[in-house]
Write a protein that binds this ligand. Structure first.
Ligand code: M6R
Length: 363
């Protein structure tokens, strides 16, 4: 039931603090057993990771690449399942194939997994929200995200719980390979702050409603982010497209000058994900580039100097501070809310957007 919410998507956005908390619990303190691998030997021998997925699950895979390479120092490729399954690639038997899927029934993801197996890549792990799904049956090991049933076509809590599972995987592999720079307890404590930070983010709904009024009048928009916030920009843009039918394009901020800057004028909303992290100075100069062309800026940040410079055409929402590695979790939620509220202003069928199905079981 909707429990007082207007749509399932809205309910599922608000369920994230508890869904994320339950998924953190399921990591069992970064034990390999949580992923179904009883022998740490397995992780010791792997030297590469291949992630295959579609849609939002693909974007969680893109975030995971940052973690797996930074924390576990293992090569990681992320492939769109529908591309990988038909591509001639170079197989590596020491590679762990990680298939990410909310439903576990996405035809392209299942076929991509089969393709990897046919090429001799036997080690497979599913990150999935449905324990009884085909994907879980067809993989050697699995981690079940604790999102609970997701009904809205636009994926929300499945995404953030996948992020937890993937962050946990990076920490777990790093630990087994003796590459962790902090203790597991310390890392777990930091991660355990995320549910309350998500609650805090949800309390900014009023400010996001104002942004949504503006977005609902737009035909196009650009979302910018750097590092692990680039895939978050892609995911935020996908949410807006799916349910509000407004074109949104996610871009790595550094690519602005390589093309999309030509689109910027006083009509174009440009959303920038700008936490105060090691890349903030770069992001600030991207903001200036947009400002100079009179683009309408919508900035999510916790940086004091950006907060101070907010003006009529430069909208800012302040988000809580977290460790740089975990920013993708905190910055995803306002983008979900923005898409949701924009769609409700437009009056679209939020839970069942036109032309889309919850799970794409045919090619
Ligand atoms: O069930 P899956 O995670 O395999 O689904 C993959 C995509 O179809 C899915 O994420 C889709 O992009 C969502 N509608 C995004 O909100």
């Amino acid at each position: 039931s909707l429990e007082g919410f207007t749509h399932y998507m809205e309910k599922e956005i608000y369920e994230q603090p508890s869904a994320v908390s339950n998924t953190i619990q399921a990591l069992s303190g970064f034990a390999p057993e949580a992923y179904g691998f009883n022998a740490p030997d397995f992780f010791k021998k792997l030297n590469r990771i291949l992630i295959i997925a579609c849609g939002t699950s693909y974007y969680s895979g893109l975030v995971a690449k940052y973690w797996i390479e930074k924390i576990a120092k293992v090569h990681c490729n992320v492939e769109i399942a529908s591309e990988y399954r038909y591509r001639e690639s170079v197989p590596d038997p020491q590679c762990l194939v990680v298939a990410i899927s909310q439903s576990g029934e996405t035809a392209d993801t299942l076929a991509a997994l089969q393709h990897a197996k046919n090429q001799g890549m036997e080690m497979s792990l599913a990150i999935c929200n449905v324990a009884t799904s085909s994907l879980v049956k067809e993989t050697e090991a699995h981690f079940i995200t604790k999102a609970g049933t997701e009904i809205g076509v636009a994926s929300t809590k499945a995404f953030t719980t996948q992020l937890i599972a993937l962050y946990g995987l990076a920490v777990c592999i790093a630990d087994i390979k003796n590459r962790l720079e902090q203790s597991k307890d310390y890392i777990l404590d930091r991660l355990s702050e995320i549910p309350s930070l998500l609650k805090e983010v949800l309390s900014h709904r009023g400010a996001i409603e104002e942004w949504a009024q503006d977005f609902s009048n737009a035909l196009n928009s650009i979302y910018l982010g750097r590092g692990q916030l680039y895939p978050v920009a892609l995911e935020g843009a996908l949410k807006l497209k799916e349910i509000s039918y407004i074109h949104a394009e996610g871009y790595p901020s550094g690519e602005l000058k390589h093309g999309p800057l030509a689109l910027v004028d006083k009509m174009l909303p440009v959303l920038v994900i700008a936490p105060s992290n090691s890349l903030i100075e770069k992001v600030k100069s991207n903001i200036q580039e947009v400002k100079a062309r009179k683009g309408r800026l919508y900035v999510l940040t916790n940086d004091e100097s950006i907060l101070e410079s907010s003006t009529k055409n430069f909208h800012v929402i302040q988000l809580p501070k977290t460790h740089e590695d975990l920013e993708s979790l905190v910055y995803t939620v306002p983008l979900q809310l923005l898409a949701y509220i924009t769609a409700t202003i437009k009056g679209t069928d939020v839970d069942k957007p036109r032309n889309l199905a919850k799970s794409v079981t045919v090619e």
